[in-house]
Design a protein. Structure first.
Length: 117
């Protein structure tokens, strides 16, 4: 498994930047990445408050995109949870890397869940 670069704050923002109309693949990938981002940040020591705020922002954006999700037949919360499982696997791989790489990945993960990203 490869670690996905963390470039966007929330799943739909990533898809919206890429193109004016989000494709199903973009939204699916964004949901998975958001869950993975959450889980990596949790493993890296993010506070419960930071994790809760990130998930709240994710869920609020999902509620705001219900029409799109329904049209694309996507269960975004299920994808988020699958992404969390992927984050567990990614963290296991990360533990085998040199300390400097682990530290850099954790800094990136923690930054990615902050509101200022």
């Amino acid at each position: 498994m490869r670690l996905v670069p963390i470039a966007c704050l929330l799943w739909f923002s990533c898809a919206a930047i890429a193109q004016p109309v989000a494709s199903k693949d973009d939204v699916v990938e964004g949901g998975l990445q958001s869950g993975q981002r959450y889980q990596l940040a949790q493993h890296c020591g993010a506070s419960d408050a930071a994790l809760d705020a990130y998930k709240d922002r994710f869920e609020a954006e999902a509620r705001g995109r219900q029409d799109l999700l329904a049209r694309l037949d996507i269960n975004i919360l299920k994808l988020f949870m699958q992404g969390r499982l992927n984050g567990d696997l990614a963290f296991e791989e990360l533990k085998a890397r040199p300390q400097a790489e682990r530290d850099a990945a954790c800094r990136q993960a923690l930054k990615s869940i902050s509101p200022t990203g």
